[in-house]
Design a binder for this molecule. Structure first.
Ligand SMILES: Nc1nc2c(ncn2[C@@H]2O[C@H](COP(=O)(O)OP(=O)(O)OP(=O)(O)O)[C@@H](O)[C@H]2O)c(=O)[nH]1
Ligand SMILES: [Mg+2]
Length: 460
């Protein structure tokens, strides 16, 4: 990444034809570039631009010919997205127009922005911390209202606040340790080991643990519930998939073994993002293609949050069903008895076979029982989601750092209990402090930053 004294630019809107497209420029050259390439309606260079005022005028090329009529806005640093001087040009969104204007901007000593570089600058300039930068990606990627809420609370700094508080508590203890190192003879006055352990356990570790619990719930809002439809061939898995999606996504035929690969599609279920997988029917086969398909079904089961275990209600339970029932024993599973529009077997004994599973009779073909099924899915996953809008929900990166911090704190407690020298205990405490710092971006580790910002699109 370039140093912050460069000026960067990029097209901030998606590729393609649209009403308007925006070119964003950030850095010290902004005003100079505007004076070079922009003319107000009276064809004068703007010389001075009032911040946050929208100027109507023209972009002119190096020969002073008009390239486009645009609106231009100037946001003076530090009151801008990047905390630097920013110019945004709203041009006509033909790709050629935007590209030509961008090239003109580049000819003025401005360089191309890397993915996420605008947001990275906001972070490096101290306007937002790393969790807020990440929340920008989450907002862009949010697929439902509830996921958006999680991202919004993160942008507002909820998780940073919690983590900053906990770091503060650790800092206080570190100060005590340092005092002990300076005045070893006063150790008894400075540190009350029992109380210290209680603070670490009850005030710090417990809160970190509850953040981890929030992760378990919250990652579903962020990443989606993974739902796998599983069963022997021909029970109607693909029909159910299509019914849930309200479109003919999977091929349905009367021939067993129609679906040979896992088919994944996103779905919005009562505001919670769900990723549904239709899978290949599980059965013994020597067909090499089917074999691979069934391996993929196994993977889909392993990575799913919920399994819809589908059986054909017009037939009796078979050994093959039993095999699947055992395979999904450890998963949150709904037993779905399909084809209720046909005469189902009276002897169909759901409870005798898979006792504790919630079950529902449906017709994937006609849609009966679908809303009941959706309710069951909701009960299984969604009801244990954190309802409150303002709880901090860590992402996977935060979660890993929190886990490391908890382990370090456990070492601290062990060290205190076994009366290790304070120098050593203090090292583990410093580690815990460092791991929490990584969440906020207070770190020397360049790889963390690069990983995060490489997920962004150019122009953000
Ligand atoms: N009557 C009735 N037929 C159904 C129902 N659901 C599926 N079928 C039929 O059952 C047959 C198999 O349906 P699919 O959805 O392809 O079944 P599948 O489980 O995906 O099958 P494979 O991909 O081969 O494993 C088709 O002929 C469907 O029309 C239902 O609710 N009622
Ligand atoms: Mg199928």
């Amino acid at each position: 990444m370039k140093s912050l004294d460069t000026t960067i630019a990029a097209i901030a809107t998606p590729k393609g034809i649209g009403g308007i497209g925006i070119i964003r420029i950030s850095g010290p050259l902004c005003i100079a570039v505007a004076n070079d390439i922009f003319r107000k309606k009276d064809l004068k260079a703007p010389s001075l631009l009032t911040p946050r005022k929208l100027y109507n005028g023209y972009i002119i090329d190096n020969e002073e010919s008009v390239m486009d009529e645009v609106l231009l806005a100037y946001m003076k640093g530090p009151n801008s997205y990047t905390a630097e001087d920013v110019i945004e040009i709203q041009a006509h969104a033909g790709f050629y127009t935007l590209k030509s204007i961008l090239e003109l901007v580049f000819s003025k000593g401005v360089v191309s922005a890397q993915p996420g570089e605008f947001t990275k600058r906001a972070f490096l300039n101290g306007r937002i911390d790393l969790t807020q930068a990440e929340a920008v990606i989450d907002m862009i990627n949010a697929k439902t209202k509830r996921s958006l809420k999680v991202a919004l609370s993160q942008i507002k700094g909820k998780i940073s606040l919690d983590v900053t508080n906990l770091r503060g508590k650790i800092e206080k203890i570190l100060t005590q340790f340092e005092a002990v190192l300076d005045f070893p003879e006063d150790v008894g006055d400075i540190i009350d080991t029992e109380k210290l352990i209680e603070t670490i356990e009850k005030e710090i570790k417990k809160q970190l643990q509850s953040l981890l619990d929030n992760y378990e719930n919250g990652h579903i809002l962020r990443d989606g519930v993974k739902l796998a439809i599983v069963g022997v061939p021909n029970v109607g898995k693909s029909s159910l998939m299509n019914r849930l999606l309200n479109k003919e996504r999977s091929i349905v035929t009367h021939i067993p073994g129609t679906t040979r690969d896992v088919i994944e599609e996103p779905l919005n279920l009562n505001g919670v993002p769900v990723v549904v997988s239709d899978t290949a029917g599980i059965h013994e086969t020597s067909d090499p293609v089917e074999k691979i398909g069934i391996e993929r079904t196994e993977d889909a089961i392993d990575s799913s949050d919920i399994v819809l275990f589908l059986v054909d209600g017009t037939t009796s339970y078979s050994k093959k069903d039993k095999h699947i029932a055992e395979r999904v024993r450890d998963k949150k599973t709904v037993l779905v008895v399909n084809k209720s529009d046909l005469a189902t077997k009276e002897s169909y004994d759901v409870t005798g076979f898979v006792k504790d599973l919630p079950s529902v009779h449906i017709s994937a073909k006609q849609g009966d029982g679908l809303s009941l099924l959706k309710d069951l899915i909701n009960d299984l996953v969604i009801s244990d989601l954190t309802e409150s809008d303002d709880s901090a929900i860590p992402n996977i990166r935060h979660k890993e750092a929190i886990e490391k911090a908890i382990s370090s704190l456990e070492l601290v407690v062990d060290g205190l209990l076994s009366e290790l020298p304070f120098e050593m205990v203090s090292m583990d405490l410093r580690d815990a402090h460092g791991f929490l710092g990584e969440i906020l971006g207070i770190t020397e580790r360049v790889d963390i930053l690069d990983n995060i910002f490489s997920d962004f699109c150019i122009g953000k």
